[in-house]
Design a protein around this ligand. Structure first.
Ligand code: G3P
Ligand code: CA
Length: 242
């Protein structure tokens, strides 16, 4: 089973931050496959790494990411529980942190968060940035929005892509129709037997606890997930499994 850090090490540290990604990077040597993160576009069309369309849950601000310029967004503080707050990272800042490891095999799954707001032009921006860093081979793009995967494939035909959905059956039918390379279902959405989706990487996501909730100490039975045909898992607490 391949293990990814979901929004970085997001159980013990604030999700989608330089801290949560740095902690995940430390696990590369212990066998961590890569990091999953979420991107959105600011009002002035900068790529930023944040899960929600709104900044309310993770920062001391409120409102939509798309209504703020990057400079304005950077004035908000991410709740860290420490005196020194963090800021919403740009995609570029995250690549500056990860590029060296990515050239040595560490992977990055970039989820385009565009099923609520389509963010026209986001696909062009992210593939251009990845190409500037020369990291094309180390990235998997994913989205719940199939049209976005199609756009990525138009721009970079051999880009690694993953089709997100709740059920593996829906991932499979959409992936087949648009030519996505991998299935990214909810871990409890394995409604097909593995022989139906043989050959596809199946990277499952979960809805685990996130910082600042207390770590639970409970562990998943990864062997049982593997039997269902899951090849990879995105975990908030990957450090527990490596
Ligand atoms: O990419 C897998 C997973 O992250 C999708 O759900 O809500 O955590 O972005 P979410
Ligand atoms: Ca995600």
């Amino acid at each position: 089973m391949k293990i990814w850090a979901h929004r970085g090490c997001s159980q013990r540290y604030p999700e989608n931050t330089i801290t949560s990604f740095s902690k995940a990077l430390e696990l590369f040597g212990r066998g961590l496959t890569g990091i999953e993160l979420d991107i959105q576009l600011t009002k002035d069309k900068e790529l930023v790494v944040i899960h929600d369309e709104k900044i309310d849950r993770t920062t001391d601000g409120y409102g939509f990411v798309r209504d703020y310029t990057l400079e304005e967004l950077k004035s908000f503080h991410i709740h860290t529980g420490k005196r020194e707050a963090e800021r919403i990272p740009t995609m570029k800042e995250v690549l500056d942190l990860l590029a060296d490891a990515m050239k040595k095999g560490f992977l990055l799954n970039i989820e385009l968060k565009n099923s609520i707001f389509p963010y026209p032009g986001m696909e062009e921006k992210i593939v251009k940035l990845i190409s500037e860093y020369g990291l094309e081979k180390s990235v998997v793009y994913s989205s719940f929005y199939a049209a976005s995967i199609v756009r990525i494939k138009e721009l970079v035909p051999d880009a690694g892509t993953g089709m997100l959905d709740k059920k593996v059956s829906d991932c499979l039918y959409k992936a087949k129709s648009i030519g996505a390379d991998a299935l990214h279902p909810f871990w409890q959405g394995m409604d097909f037997e593995p022989d139906k989706f043989k050959g596809y990487p199946v990277r499952a996501w979960l809805t685990g606890h996130l910082y600042p909730e207390k770590p639970t100490g409970g562990k998943l039975d990864l062997a049982a997930l593997e039997e269902k045909g899951i090849t990879d898992v995105f975990l908030n607490e990957p450090e527990m499994y490596l």
